[in-house]
Ligand binder design. Sequence first.
Ligand code: CAA
Length: 259
Amino acid sequence: STPYEFLLTSKPAPGVALVTLNRPKALNALSSPLFIEINAAMNEFDNDDDVKAIVLTGSEKAFAAGADIKEMRDKTYADVYKNNFLENWGLLTKVRKPVIAAVSGYALGGGCELALMCDIILASPTAKFGQPEINIGVIPGGGGSQRLAQVVGKSRAMEMVLTGRMVSAEEAERWGMISRVVTEGSVVNEAVKMASVIASKGALSVQAGKEVVNAAYELTLNEGLRFERRIFHGLFATKDQKEGMTAFAEKRPPNFTHE
Ligand code: CAA
């Protein structure tokens, strides 16, 4: 009963939403209509009080094989510049709730960039990450160069962007691109489990935690530390802070009410 043409959506566990890219014939190539649906689903769940964390996944064969090359082929500079092509991809990073990418198979080009826009990446041993745009005469356009350089450093980002080589799940883990590799076939389950753990916490402190970690990528250290401390101070105005600390002192589990 999903309202989407290229997505499946569900609530596999309390507090958890699952968004599955479902354009199998094109290996989940990220066409404009598909990305509009991704943004709509993310917005839907970001505004759904019953949802505390979101898992984004693809198929066993492909998380997503990139932007849709056939859709892009005939576009002119005037088209893409005038419409600021791919600008709407960044909406994903405005989602306030945690988004966990569960990656199996190909995460290439825009697919790799989509995973990098999520907050946490879990990978199947079958996952292959790459920025192969160089093979088709372009460069990453969905933030890949910037986010890769941040997470894997200059030499590895240059190698990926300039050679187009695919990186294995094991290599991506070693490089710090992803949290961890899980056993084959279990990546969605593991991501839902992790999302359930997050969903069991106080939603305000989870939102604050996401906000401050993201600030580390935009602010200087001093600004970031100041921002963190102010947000930390602000949480003392919440019931969840009183409840969490009281529950600890009373040696019982907390009952967060998300206020
Ligand atoms: N765009 C459009 N269609 C795509 C696609 C893409 N990115 N990736 C795969 N497909 C389509 C194929 O054209 C094919 O369709 P047909 O059956 O109609 O021919 C179908 O999906 C299955 O793909 P293959 O037959 O190629 O499957 P394979 O198993 O032989 O190869 C693959 C898999 C290595 C991932 C190969 O499909 C591939 O190299 N895909 C393109 C990867 C790529 O270059 N991605 C970067 C895109 S540019 C980008 O993303 C820009 C940006 O930064 C935003």
